[in-house]
Write a protein that binds this ligand. Structure first.
Ligand SMILES: Cc1cc2nc3c(=O)[nH]c(=O)nc-3n(C[C@H](O)[C@H](O)[C@H](O)COP(=O)(O)OP(=O)(O)OC[C@H]3O[C@@H](n4cnc5c(N)ncnc54)[C@H](O)[C@@H]3O)c2cc1C
Length: 395
């Protein structure tokens, strides 16, 4: 389905008009030529401090007040773990993204996009390059007929609630997924038999490397290489907005679906302790939680990390946990699943940074970054409500 014409309604959720006045033609992500010096995820190179200084100078000149150095990433993740990003940009406009693309063209650095951090395990050493976080200007929802458009920083639970208020069904499942629209598209987030790819009309994507760097493009689902809890969105690309096709449904019916999804989470998942949701994607043979349970790993600990007794596919971080502790449990489960059951467990959580590097020095203050402090109830991941002024991960 081609994107409907923009209305002259409220400001577009992407900060600037997504896609500009005329929507660019969608094209397959793998033809976009975004691979190159900018990397995201995986095992990044060590970065020369002189390059960071240079990038800092270029970026802070064009994005004043929105660039930080040695910025703690742990508070931006639901695990509350991991070290700092050497450089951090909170983007508030398409111009900020263009500035980042220009900086990366001049000074290639590893790039990490951080959404609501609900599917990230950041290494204790932190992120050696630049981390990009979309700010408040990329947050917002508007409805046009049976379609819902949202900025990429919008929490998925807000999308679900707003769809109910508009009498639209088809995306209520997103209520209990504590990620953002952008992170949800990269991960093809889903629950209860549905996933975002099923509803997506287009995603607006800005490449931060390659020939069209800095330019927004609308890409249809068949250009995004969706699979189960994954997409082929290039690492050097950021989703800035998305449009979903829904269908008319009585508000009470959608709200009942939302309530049921919330109730199911409360009854079946460790909602009061820092975690990242499902650690492993479900293998074809058996649900990942059942695999972990069959291996007798529920309750298994490494340092401050523990396999949840409530759900075998969750690892929770308790006081003193580090990302290395969580990774040790992940590797243990993968090894034993392979050796004892012949099952391959693929990590769904995104491991970012160098897990072989020493932990970053801890920040001064009462709550060191990268290590879980005594868990106040408020530290646990929570499902944001539509009335939230700002998502808990934003500053
Ligand atoms: C309690 C709990 C329950 C969960 N339940 C579910 C569930 O039912 N179903 C499910 O699918 N997932 C679930 N998750 C996992 C998680 O919420 C999803 O994967 C979600 O889509 C991640 O979105 P995020 O914004 O938090 O992304 P992040 O965790 O910040 O990032 C995840 C990946 O997306 C990339 N990314 C983030 N934002 C963007 C962007 N704007 N553009 C491009 N790339 C981006 C990151 O670089 C990273 O590779 C759960 C997590 C928790 C903590």
């Amino acid at each position: 389905m081609s994107p409907p014409a923009r209305s002259s309604g409220p400001p577009a959720p992407g900060g600037q008009a997504p896609g500009g006045p005329a929507a660019p033609r969608p094209r397959p992500a793998d033809a976009a030529g975004w691979s190159g010096p900018v990397a995201g995820g995986g095992r990044p190179e060590t970065v020369d401090p002189a390059r960071l200084d240079q990038a800092w100078g270029l970026l802070s000149a064009r994005c004043p007040g929105r660039v930080s150095r040695d910025f703690a990433l742990a508070p931006l993740t639901t695990f509350r773990l991991g070290g700092p990003a050497r450089l951090f940009l909170r983007a508030e406009s398409g111009a900020d993204l263009a500035a980042l693309a220009a900086t990366l063209a001049a000074v290639p650095l590893p790039l990490l996009v951080v959404g609501r951090g609900s599917n990230l395990l950041v290494a204790d050493a932190g992120w050696p390059g630049v981390a990009l976080h979309l700010g408040q200007r990329f947050r917002g929802i508007r409805i046009e007929g049976e379609e819902l458009e949202a900025g990429a920083a919008t929490p998925l639970p807000s999308v679900a609630s707003r769809s109910a208020a508009a009498g639209l069904g088809g995306i209520a499942f997103a209520v209990a997924i504590p990620g953002s629209v952008g992170g949800g598209i990269r991960m093809n987030a889903g629950a209860h038999g549905s996933e975002l790819a099923d509803r997506l009309v287009w995603a607006e994507v800005v490449a931060l490397a390659g020939p069209s760097a800095g330019e927004p493009e609308r890409i249809k689902p068949d250009g995004l290489g969706f699979g189960y809890r994954r997409s082929a969105l290039p690492a050097g690309a950021v989703v800035t907005a998305a449009r979903f096709a829904l269908h008319p449904a009585p508000e009470a019916e959608v709200r009942a679906e939302i309530d049921e999804a919330r109730r199911w989470r409360r009854d079946n998942q460790p909602v009061n302790q820092p975690n990242c949701g499902s650690v492993f994607a479900n293998p074809p043979e058996l649900a990942a939680g059942r695999v972990v349970e069959q291996l007798g790993l529920k309750g298994e600990r490494r340092g401050g990390a523990r396999v949840s007794e409530v759900h075998g596919n969750f690892i929770v971080a308790t006081e003193g946990a580090t990302s290395a502790d969580v990774l040790a449990l992940i590797r243990l489960a993968q090894r034993r699943a392979r050796d004892e059951l012949g099952i391959t467990l693929r990590a769904e959580v995104q491991l970012v940074g160098d897990f072989n590097a020493p932990p970053a020095p801890q920040a001064p203050g009462p709550r060191p970054a990268g290590r879980v402090a005594a868990p106040p109830a408020s530290a646990a991941p929570r499902t944001p409500e539509p009335g939230d002024a700002r998502p808990e991960v934003e500053r």
